[in-house]
Each structure stands twice: as structure tokens, then as C-alpha cells.
Design a protein around this ligand. Sequence first.
Ligand code: NZQ
Ligand code: ZN
Length: 395
Amino acid sequence: MENFVFCSPTEFVFGKGQERETGRCIRKYGGTNVLVLYGGGSAVRSGLLDRIRGSLKEAGISWQEIGGVQPNPIDTKVYEGIELCRAQGIDFILAVGGGSVIDTAKAIAAGVPYDGDFWDFYCGKAEIQAALPVGTVLTIAAAGSEGSGDSVITKTDGMLKRGAGSPLLRARFSVMNPELTQTLPAYQTACGATDIMAHVFERYFTNTPEVEVTDRLCEAVLLTMVKETPRAIAEPENYDARANIMWAGMVAHNNIVGVGRQQDWNSHGLEHELSALYQVAHGAGLAVIMPAWMEYVMPHNPMRFAQMATRVFGCQMNFAQPEETAKAGIRAFRRFLHGIGMPISFSELGAEEADIPKLVGKLGIPEGKKRAGFMELSAEDAANIYRIAAHAVLE
Ligand code: NZQ
Ligand code: ZN
């Protein structure tokens, strides 16, 4: 196991009706004048936003609102938020929604005290040195942004989707009421589940030896998702299924299952270009990319894939030919994704094989260089993975 420092300071307020605690939580973390950020309308329709307003009023907190944050959030909302925060002397940002709303809140939080363009943090020009405090009320189990120090934003000029990370971006508190996810359509539930599993796999496929505890934690989250996702899709109001998925989504991405080991993140890198180009859900893009990536890199360490196959998908171990077990595990993962209604190929996603050179170009891997990861990837490797994804079939 490698050395690590792990600090996850977010207060998680989990369970039925916990959104009523929002005002009290903001007060606890020093907020008095708040920007409330939300998405395209689900929080309005469900009555959640009204309950949040009530909680703020009760706590004597003043607030401004910005709605209309879109999935795969874009920079223009961030600029709008930064301007409003500065003009109104906002001292706390509350995100009510999913990863897109939370990531926008984090970008605004980092942008307000910064003299330059907030995009500097996302294109690697500057490091975040200060940020307004952020709190979240989560409405979809997926991105894990409620517990992570990351934010992913798309720059509309060039449709570049990029991430920034800093411990300063971790939420002060996250309200997690699984009931709030009962209104999710089956498709969004499945997209979220795919993202959660991908967050675990990005950590699971490692070159670091002897990481038994995090291996086992990863497998626990994956097994939970395999069991609970079909249950939540079949019974959208099943509180226990929703609760297990919601907590799994947080555990998958606050890095408790990833400490002390090298991680990968190339499937996410390749997927971000897809969701930026085609405006598809991040989880749906991952359903197409991740099994393709697995097929391509599996020969790098078949035993690690065979371990996943036997422990997560119950495949029989073939000791003479572990590659066969590994392949069976990848097939089982793809069948699982198909079974929950996810696309598995470019055509099902609405992506074009002819765009592969464009996708690879946007990855920006310099000639002769490779992206770090479980297996280092050249631009040609990335193109090969996109090609596998383009032609993937169910076996
Ligand atoms: O906008 P509204 O109307 O709220 O609808 C949303 C949206 O259309 C809907 N939704 C959310 N909660 C709902 C609901 N519909 C009905 N009932 C509810 N309770 O779901 C749709 C998707 O919402 P979004 O916030 O986009 O989903 P998600 O949480 O999957 O976030 C995706 C974004 O997070 C980024 C992704 O790249 C993508 O941009 N990621 C962020 C990460 C992070 N910050 O750590 C890590 C991830 O790997 C990921 O890259
Ligand atoms: Zn993700």
C-alpha cells in the first residue's frame, strides 16, 4: 500500500426528511447570505425547493436563487453565479440537485475570490487557493460530488469538459435523503448506478499490490450496486434500495475506497469527450466506454480482472486460462449494464464512429506521450478503445 493522507471533512446528514436541517447546517458553517443553485426543474416540481426555502427562512438566512443548471454543466452559469455572488455579498453556496448543480456551485465558490478567470483551475493554469463554503442537498445518486473535492465543467468555446480538484471544494455538509431520489426516471437511476460503479472500477484496476482492504471495500460497493440497482428500477419507491445506492454513491467517490493505491481514470477521460460532444448523460457514456476500456487493457493484468469476475459477478475461476475468466467478467458487466437499460455501443448512445479522430484530438495526448493509468494510453490506444466501443455487442 502507498502512503496517503485522507481527509473527508464533509458532514453527511442522511435519511428521511433531512432537508429540513438545511438552514441549521448553513448557520453552523457560517452562512448568512446564500446563493441557492438548482437545475432544470425537478427540485421545483417535487416541492423540494419550497421546503428548502422554508428551512432557510426558519434559520433567518437571506438568499438569492439561480436555476436552470443543465446536465454536463457549462461555464456560462458559472460566470453568472460569480457575478451575482460578488454583487450580493454571498457568503455560502447551496447546491440543490445532482452532480451538475454541485459542480457548478463548486466552480462558482472557487471563482468568487479569484482575480482571474475561473477556467484557469480547469485548464491547469492555476491552483485553487480559496473558495466560498459549499453545502449540498443531493437529489440523484451518481457523480459522488456531494463527497468529493472535484468539479467538472464544460467550456462552451470548443466544448471542452475538464475537471478541477481541491480539498477546498469538499462540501461543508451534504444532506442525503434517499426519498428525494424516488422521482428519478429509470434511465437516470441507471446512469447514476453506472457512474457509481465506474468510480469504483477506476480505483479497483490498479498496479499497486497488497491493497486488500480497499479491494474488499470496492467489491462491497460493486456487489451492492449489482443487487440494488435492478431493485430500485423495478420499485422506484423502494426506500432501502434507494438508501443503499445513495450511500454507495458517496462511498464510491469520496476516495475512501481508493486511498493508498494508484488509480486509473482513463475511462472517465475518454467519456468526458463523449458527453461534451453529444450532450449524453455521463453514466450512459461510461456504459459504452468502460467495458471497451476493460477489454483493451485486460491483457495488462488478467488476474486482476479475473478477481473482479469471480468476486463481483460470480464467474467460475479458470486457473489454467485466467484470461477466460477475465473476459467472462467483462461480458457479465456489459450484460448487467444492458439489463438496467444502458447503451453499450456508439450507435445506441448516438455517437458516430467517424468522430473518433475528433474525440482523440480533444483528449490532447501529445505525440510520443501517454496518459498515465493502470495501462498507459497513447492517442492510438485511445482510438482503439473508442473503436471497440463503437462496435460493442452483447455476448
Ligand atoms: O436538472 P433537473 O431538472 O434537476 O434534472 C436532472 C437532470 O436532468 C435529473 N434529476 C436530478 N435529480 C432528480 C432528477 N430528476 C427527477 N428526480 C430527481 N430527484 O437528472 C438529470 C441529471 O442530473 P445531473 O446533475 O447532471 O446528474 P449527475 O449527478 O449524474 O451529474 C453528472 C455530472 O457530474 C459530473 C459528470 O461529468 C456530469 O457533468 N461528474 C462529477 C464528478 C465530481 N464532481 O466528483 C465525478 C463524476 O465522475 C462526474 O464526472
Ligand atoms: Zn463519473
